[in-house]
Write a protein that binds this ligand. Sequence first.
Ligand code: AVJ
Length: 315
Amino acid sequence: MDRFLTADDLEKALRQDVMDGLTGEPKTLPAKWFYDERGSALFEDITRLPEYYPTRAERAILAERAPEIAIATRVDTLLELGAGSGEKTRILLDALGGTLSDYVPVDVSGDFLIAAADQIAHDYPALTVRAVVADYEQHLDLLPTGGKRLIAFLGGTIGNMLPAQRIHFLQGLRETMAPGDTLLFGADLIKEEDRLVRAYDDSFGVTAEFNRNVLRVINSRLGGDFVAEAYEHVAVWDAQNEWVEMRLRSAADQTVRIEALDLTVRFAEGEEMRTEISSKFREERLRAELGAAALTLDRCWTDAAGDFALVLAGP
Ligand code: AVJ
């Protein structure tokens, strides 16, 4: 395992993000901090909700197109950014089997990564598995190069980035890519507002709990005293920016103390704090943004309902 990020680095990044986010106007928190153990489990629950179509749609496209991806790319290395639960990874590994020798899962969470990597190594004994603990937005240039690589960024996580951040990320990726390397990523597509909002405001309240979990993460890691139940879950479609925005709305006038930051912040009743953006795309915009990063969109597959896209791009 290679480690470019220590627990200490993560702690510092969390502090910085929370300090910036809670002292900004309006208040914001980056979505990456949802995923502690409980947050990851809640996200797994989300992926099984009837309203949350992206995971199922992406899995269906992947299952259908994996053989084509294998033929088109003929890669020897699968580099996966933000290694997920492993199910989609396995679809790819099974299809790429003929040419593949190396699997490189990349994630910020070492524990989660090792468990997932061990399981894959056990089930695919012919594969060299090399886990890398890194932040794929910061450490792109440190990721293993050489061979013919397929860089997979699944789940639609690219939608969590702000447009400028996304261009920067794609440009960074492009710089690490050699001729013959391929980028594969999932992106959620623009559709009726009603379905978009319901995917982020489910009737079971799982997404609401997931959203409030970021407050619990701050409580446990930075000595905060957020009363999570005192914040209401809000999901809105921002038609201008073409993203779904998740917010937490303070149900009362309240003050929060974050011990590790020596910070006290006040929330007014009704005040809303942005906790996530989830951008939705049209193919033209994906093509244009890839182009701006000197990448060419080679294939853009959707599921039968046209809800989600799986994109293959190259230098
Ligand atoms: C894992 C980032 C793709 O944006 O749809 C699910 C996270 N947030 N429900 C998304 C999420 C609320 C998810 N991604």
